[in-house]
Write a protein that binds this ligand. Structure first.
Ligand code: ZN
Length: 339
């Protein structure tokens, strides 16, 4: 009961990459960088295990950014000539690569870190991939001329990698779709279907993570404008509930999402965000157990997975470590309280 997990990313240690940045520069190159990525991955697996988490991940230590890390292994993308593009409906500008030719995988994308993580933990292993709609929103298109067509082209590539990750021994494959909370109509119309295409043929657990983004200023400013009640999930969850995806990861603690939204996910496992990634204040176990208690009004015990609201990548490493420990302790308290 109350198996704990993180959304996905964790801060990169200062010896691996620049800290507190969404697109950090690596500190080494070649074999040295590869070794540093491996060391950081192992460090975070140990930290998650020590915190008592039930489901662990690689912390996305081997990729620069959760979307571009995948794109680096895709043929048909020009990384040499990045262009400035407003992403997430112009919420913030990013330097993005351009799609210039038919998309094809160059080979495996995440074999190194997935196999490394699998070899070093006996816990359930979750691995994250960007969702098709979020990829399409984080790349410039100079080739397909059609968003949906390009999203499904990416979904095919994601599916290849996801099947290979499953063969590597990954237990849960999660597609990250923050764009679902921005383009709700598109998400319901074709975004969920594109995720299902990416998950086609998987027999391991499948998940989708939908959030209000990392705790960076552009996102925090955007959230200020979303009003008293954030009802974005209301438009997307019914499509997800009907889909073949098994788990949904959502924001809860400190967000303005009405908790009854979780009722729309009947039949799904719900990864409930009990850790705020936009604040350095460490949640107490009591606060976490309280959040779990509120969610229990709408999600059955056996379907509730306490989680972080989003990734912790741009946070201070020490703060992230303490938040992992709080998550473990909070879930333990909730197991006593609500058994
Ligand atoms: Zn997120």
């Amino acid at each position: 009961m109350f198996e704990t997990a993180i959304a996905g990313s964790l801060p990169k240690p200062a010896w691996l990459a620049e800290t507190q940045k969404l697109w950090p520069q690596w500190k080494a190159q070649g074999d040295e960088l590869r070794q540093a990525k491996a060391d950081a991955t192992l460090l975070w697996i140990k930290a998650q295990e020590d915190a008592g988490l039930d489901i662990v991940g690689d912390g996305e230590q081997a990729r620069q950014h959760f979307v571009h890390g995948f794109l680096e292994q895709v043929e048909g993308i020009d990384f040499e000539h990045k262009v400035k593009m407003g992403i997430r409906d112009n919420r913030y500008d990013a330097m993005v690569p351009q799609v210039v030719a038919p998309l094809k995988l160059k080979g495996r994308v995440h074999a190194f870190e997935a196999q490394l993580a699998r070899a070093h933990t006996k816990k359930k292993l979750k691995f994250t991939l960007p969702g098709p709609m979020t990829i399409v929103d984080t790349v410039a298109d100079k080739f397909y001329g059609d968003k949906v067509k390009m999203a499904f082209a990416f979904a095919e590539l994601l599916n290849q990698e996801a099947l290979a990750l499953q063969a590597d021994g990954v237990d849960i494959i999660q597609f990250d779709e923050p764009a679902f909370n921005v383009y709700m109509k598109d998400a319901a119309e074709w975004g969920v279907k594109a995720v299902e295409r990416a998950a086609q043929g998987l027999t391991c657990t499948t998940a989708v993570h939908i959030c209000y983004g990392y705790g960076i200023k552009a996102n925090n400013d955007w959230k200020e404008k979303l009003g008293e009640e954030w009802r974005q999930y209301e438009q997307v969850f019914p499509a997800l509930a009907k889909s073949s995806i098994k788990q949904v990861s959502l924001e809860c603690y400190h967000s303005h999402v009405p908790p009854e939204m979780m009722k729309l996910l009947e039949g799904k496992d719900v990864m409930v965000g009990v850790i705020d990634v936009a604040s350095d204040v460490i949640e107490t176990p009591e606060e976490i157990a309280d959040t779990i208690g509120r969610a229990l009004q709408f999600v059955p015990k056996n379907r509730l997975f306490p989680c972080t609201n989003c990734g912790l990548a741009p946070m201070d490493r020490d703060v992230a470590m303490k938040k992992l420990q709080a998550l473990g302790a909070g879930a333990a308290l909730a197991r006593e309280r609500y058994r």
